[in-house]
Design a protein around this ligand. Structure first.
Ligand code: SIN
Length: 313
């Protein structure tokens, strides 16, 4: 292995080491197939697919996206072709791209989560990202990412039926994200993804209307980066699970901030809408910064300290 490859190497779990910490964020890069028309996505550490559910979903009424200063709102409503069509059409081709695939799954009930997790076993995915936290389904009312007991029970059941490692994607729209993270760990999760979008609202005051069809929506982009860093840092203090950091990352400096705060790998999302090559470009810069700093991805993760370890809430 070359010094550059060794600097970027990113061990997540026994048997799951990424060649570098750059991942795509679910819902922002399809299954990687379109991105591959622009650049060599094989160079990325991993691809995370758009959420799939047991049955096809048409998604929410338009408008579904609104750009704001500092980010964007989305309310897609987990539109997807359903797990069977996804496995047959998209996943089969995504696996040929090269990077490990993290298959993002969700449901509207305990039973739906169990059914989709069962269906994707043996699919060739490297891991599952369990999306407990979509704010755009049932108005964000599903309890799994906001109620510690419901989270632990669901994850324990899913772990019982999954041979694939489960990374649990949590919402920042809670009072204490540490409690939900600990519940996921108690349920047997092998990793966490922090954070999903913040619940937001954009208003067209002239029309006296919300700018998104269903009203409220998930806010992502550079503005949420400090919230993501805060959540990662807090959770790092209470769990040993590897954390996939996500929220407003658009540069190699951002990636290093996430690693130092406690992420083991970093997902890029909204930035890819502006520039489908964003993650690949950041990867080049990341290698340069690590070399200049004399550090490695492995060595830098979780190295930030606050005076007195402040930050546990
Ligand atoms: C959506 O499909 O509405 C967004 C998915 C998510 O935020 O988890």
């Amino acid at each position: 292995m070359s010094p550059a490859e060794s600097r970027l190497e990113c061990p997540l779990l026994p048997g799951l080491t990424l060649r570098n910490p750059l991942m795509t964020a679910s819902g922002t890069y399809g299954a990687g197939l379109e991105g591959d028309q622009f650049g060599d996505v094989a160079r990325l550490g991993a691809l995370v697919t758009k959420t799939v559910t047991p049955h096809p979903r048409a998604g929410n009424p338009p408008p579904r996206i609104h750009e704001t200063s500092g980010g964007m709102l989305n309310s897609i409503g987990l539109e997807n072709p359903g797990v069977d069509a996804f496995l047959e059409n998209d996943l089969a081709r995504a696996l040929e791209l090269g990077p490990p695939i993290f298959l993002n799954v969700a449901g509207e009930s305990h039973e739906e989560f169990a059914s989709v997790v069962e269906r994707v076993q043996g699919s060739g995915a490297a891991a599952l990202e369990v999306n407990l936290s979509c704010p755009n389904v049932q108005g964000g009312a599903l309890p799994f990412a906001t109620d510690a007991k419901a989270c632990e029970k669901l994850i324990a059941d899913l772990v019982g039926i999954s041979e694939l490692p489960l990374f649990v994607k949590l919402t920042p729209n809670v009072t204490r994200i540490t409690e939900i993270a600990q519940a996921a760990e108690a349920g047997g999760a092998q990793g966490l993804t922090l954070i999903n979008t913040l619940l937001g609202l954009a208003v067209d005051w002239r029309r006296r209307e919300a700018r998104i069809g269903l009203g409220m929506a998930g806010y992502s982009g550079p503005a949420i980066k400090p919230v993501a860093l805060r959540c990662i840092y807090q959770v790092r203090l209470v769990t040993q699970l590897p954390i996939l950091g996500v929220g407003g990352v658009s540069s190699a400096e951002d990636v290093l901030e996430f690693l130092v705060a406690g992420a083991s790998a970093v997902q890029m999302g909204t930035a890819s809408f502006r520039n489908p090559l964003a993650a690949l470009q950041v990867l080049e810069d990341l290698e340069d910064l690590l070399r200049e700093d004399g550090s490695t991805v492995r060595g830098i993760t979780g190295t930030m300290r606050l005076p007195g370890q402040a930050g546990t809430m």
